[in-house]
Ligand binder design. Sequence first.
Ligand SMILES: C[S@@+](CC[C@H](N)C(=O)[O-])C[C@H]1O[C@@H](n2cnc3c(N)ncnc32)[C@H](O)[C@@H]1O
Ligand code: SF4
Length: 538
Amino acid sequence: MFARLISADVPPPPCVQIETTTRCNLRCIMCPKGTNGETMGDLSASTLENLGGLIDNAWEIRAHGFGETFLNRDFEKILRRCGDGQATISIVTNGTLIDERRAHLLIDAGVETIYVSIDAADPELFRVIRKTSLKKIVDNLLRLQMMKLERRTPYPRIVMQMVGMSNNIHDLPGMIRLTASVGSNELNLVAFTEFDMETVHSLKLRSLLDCPDEARRWLAESQVVADELGVHLDVAHVYRELMPPPREVHAPALVRPGPLALVRKAFAHALSGDFAGLLAGIDRKARLGVTRAGSVLRHAIEWGVPTAPARDGAAATLSALRPAPRLGPSPKVRCTDPWNAVMINYKGEVNPCCMSQRVLGNVNDSTFEAIWDGDVYRGFREQLLSDEPPPECRNCAKAGWHHPFELDDWIEVGVNDAFGVQLGTGWCEAILNGVRWTREQALLRLRNSGKRRLRLELASWEDPRYGLERRGSVRVNEVRVGDFEVASRNATQFTYDLPPSDASELVVRLVSDWTDTPGDAIDVRRLGVGFRSAALVE
Ligand SMILES: C[S@@+](CC[C@H](N)C(=O)[O-])C[C@H]1O[C@@H](n2cnc3c(N)ncnc32)[C@H](O)[C@@H]1O
Ligand code: SF4
């Protein structure tokens, strides 16, 4: 079995990251760019051509690397070529270059998400960190939002991204307000990676793990603001222990949708989809008291557009998803990237992921398929599954070095969710916002430690056309223990009393009633409920 994993032909990867450029127009103080002697350059159109089937087969393309992606002179060509296939496309950008022409390009190419890096809402602090003007970036985002409104599309979604450091954490509540005010409802707080210790020390840059008390205080306050404004605050895995515990619900008491969700629902019914209806909807929303300009803008964008997402490719390419390998008894790494993902750098070199600089081939010298199937790639996969994985993998945030493949009485997305081992059937590959998505039904397995209650952290996925609410039931070893109802992207904790059981293993089945599948429009990867963690307690 183990040997077969390494020797078997691996179908081309569904997830592709393309480093469009290493050049940048900013010099942010926390960014390692330019400090490690890397060469500067752009991905060329001819290298892109050499990728061929890789782009056509992918279901997710990240068109960016460690530079400012819009600086690539052929970016328009690259984006349009990526848009020819069926993949969802995302980029990370500093937002400085999104003028009207590029905003049209993002919409035309069907880009699903842009992650906009803004590390402070206070213009002065922003200037200290990013050494440029915040106002210009905010203006760019508002223009893009207005253009989406005019062109009646919710895409690209804007997700704000902030590096969480000791010098900016006090501005997190402000960042949440800024997120809402530009009509976005997602903010990622990413972990600060220390790079060059001399620079880090001279600038007094520190991770939140180095100032935990202060971080806890600001994270708690920020969560309150986020709940109030309907912004989903997604916190890097390593920072999650600093977060206040999620709201707890003892099942079968159900969470009722909040007032904002009800307003949204009313709007979903009220809007007929034409522009006049859309404006009437905004008026009506204002009458209902939802007056914040950003949230009106956001809802106008979301609810005014009853059309299908720009890209439904994921549904069509579901067959590309494959379970991660079931591993043998000893391996200690749970990363599945070498089977599912690839990074192409600007020189055409093939790296196994964005963490590893290891060159496994170059698409300008041979076909991607030959590299993917070749001895070097196979050797890398083999080493990853061995007891001595590649050094770069040992430092990667994805690596779980504490027996991730043994069943435990708890499981958390991003910690010990060894895909295909503790999780049974019914899960999608993608982890978004720290949750993993279930299909209509999904199984997970826990070691029975004899504790009497099961605690689940569940969230909902917001679909612009169908709202937030997801309901369903929970069974343990096929005995129904209760129900859940979620109406928030922020995880809610549910606890269930467990019937006594001598079984060594508890099989938890989540059954979502979210079976209303219009087929052509919905992303079937995210059909059920968002799952963050499960644990046996007390
Ligand atoms: C390197 S940038 C490249 C894309 C683009 N130039 C930008 O700033 O968004 C990708 C992401 O890494 C983040 N980043 C920069 N320095 C970092 C560090 N030391 N630790 C963690 N993330 C960092 C940026 O804020 C950005 O969100
Ligand atoms: S804009 Fe992005 S790549 Fe450029 S210096 Fe800042 S974080 Fe680094």
